[in-house]
Design a binder for this molecule. Sequence first.
Ligand SMILES: O=c1[nH]cc([C@@H]2O[C@H](COP(=O)(O)OP(=O)(O)OP(=O)(O)O)[C@@H](O)[C@H]2O)c(=O)[nH]1
Length: 632
Amino acid sequence: MALNPVLGKLVSKRVVLASASPRRQEILTNVGLRFEVVPSWFKETLEKSSFAAPYEYAVETAKQKALEVANRMHVKHLRTPDIVIGADTIVSVDEQILEKPVDKQDAYRMLSRLSGKEHSVFTGVAIIHCSSKGNQLETEITDFYEETKVKFSDLSEELLWEYIHSGEPMDKAGGYGIQALGGMLVEYVHGDFLNVVGFPLNHFCKKLAELYYPPPKHTVQHIKHDSIPSVDTFENLSDGESESSNFTEHKGANKLDSSRMCPSRPVYNCENSSSVRTGFTVPLENQNGASESAAKLPSKILDLMDGFKASKALFVASKLKMFDYLKTKGPLKAVDVANEVGTSVCGTERLLDACVALGLLEKTSQGYSNTDSANTYLTSDGEYSLHGYIIHSNDHLWPLFTNLESAVREGSRQNHRAFGRKAEDLFKDYYHSQEVKQRFMAAMHSIAHLTARDVATAFDLSQFKSTCDLGGCTGALAHELIQIYPNMKVTVFDLPEVIANISYFQPSEQCAAPVTFVSGDFFKDNLPEADLYILSRVLHDWPDEKIHVLLSKISAVCKPGSALLVAEIVLDEQKTHPARAVLQSLSMTEGKQRSGSEYKQLLEKYGFTDVQIKITGTLLDAVLCFKKNLSP
Ligand SMILES: O=c1[nH]cc([C@@H]2O[C@H](COP(=O)(O)OP(=O)(O)OP(=O)(O)O)[C@@H](O)[C@H]2O)c(=O)[nH]1
């Protein structure tokens, strides 16, 4: 879901970016827009002198780029997109238009012209709404431009050539990239920075807002173009086809809905933008002027109210291995997925559509297919598959959280209610049931593999020659450590029944220095010798008495100068963030999450000093501490 609700309106549409520019792709991807990239074949050869102003050239070129792609997709591939976005960035200085340099000399000419002066960067953008009527492509073109003024310092010949030899100027308008080395040439920027980089995101969002939520008729003359409507304003507006007209009326929404087009929508003209209809019709209904009185709905709360449905949709689609089928066989129609999985067609279709709405799948006329992140994280063999943890969440955590009210009332785990068995008995299952064991190991492996790099690189661990990962399970972190620190010998220490089942989780490529697995119980048995001990996602699970046993043992076996690395989510000092950790606490294990100062205090109690905390901003944080040197 895009953060900006206006972009969110495009989620269900087939959006194509008609640009090869990696910067444009990045700017739009970063705000959550999902789109295909089909670079335009339109040659940027329009006669510049025929345009009264430089921006007109940029806008026309953007339009032609987008139209070429819309036509090509419609004719050649018989796949009409809903929206095609084209853009063109130019630099204007001394009444000249500069595009991308053709060679180094050309780059030199451009940059020396810009040296010590202010110039304008114009990006023209065209948004083309497409539809197909009787095999004819119909388009509505909306275009606009944005101007940003940039001033360069005086550039010495030496700097100029050094910059040109870096290769950076060659694919950039005006011969510089403000977002990288070229930033060093710039004295000031007046206006939208992203416009210089290649895409005026802010103006684009405003333009979409105008298109998708035009103001009520009587205010058409007074449109203000300087604000993107707030999230709350637009969360009011429905995406759902099934919502009653009453609700829509209450909200005063004006939708651009191609299924209910009518020929005479007002054209909204504003400075540096225009909207042109070419055989394309736009909606009139719902312009009832009620928006001023629309009640603001609390979008965050509404999202939370729906959160459980979204989680369950993800869990069920994962459990039914829909993402696996779609990876190998997609795109598939709902009926084909239902046949593969053995489910009802209508139920499958609803679930697949829900997954599209959640951004997990894509839907085209050929059927459903995985998004890139579904391929990476949701398939059971994806590189960073979370499948194991998702199944654990569905089978184990979901029933526990269903009994959260009792858990809060009683202050204890709810295994007896959720599974009809006490926690201790469930633990016995772990020993006896291969299925439970495998599921748990797969869950732990999912998270360990995903977080391994962050943990392994949170600190420079190259000084340690031998490392022991206590409770290291399948060795996911151990393998990562060896990749990053090839001279390190890594031992994983875990229960015998874990070690007996690790083979399935080992990487296919044999590491030059393999991980050593040693069985044992870290509460009872001798720990292998090492310079560095690791406790990753261990401490939060155990009560204080057990932690006392474990940290006392590690402290006793650590030689002065050796270290302990703890990987956990570190809470802020108020102990209310990150939410992930606080929510995890609700499962009411006997352990607890801790803040940075609590970890420091705990570790110092067991003779560790120089406690360093690294908040990684990802799934796990890291705490490194050293065993005190003996006093001289
Ligand atoms: O500071 C920066 N200025 C400009 C850029 C990049 O320059 C190009 C501009 O070229 P154009 O608009 O013709 O777009 P292309 O890259 O050729 O792709 P199309 O397929 O859309 O024609 C653009 O990539 C800007 O991002 C920059 O990076 N920094």
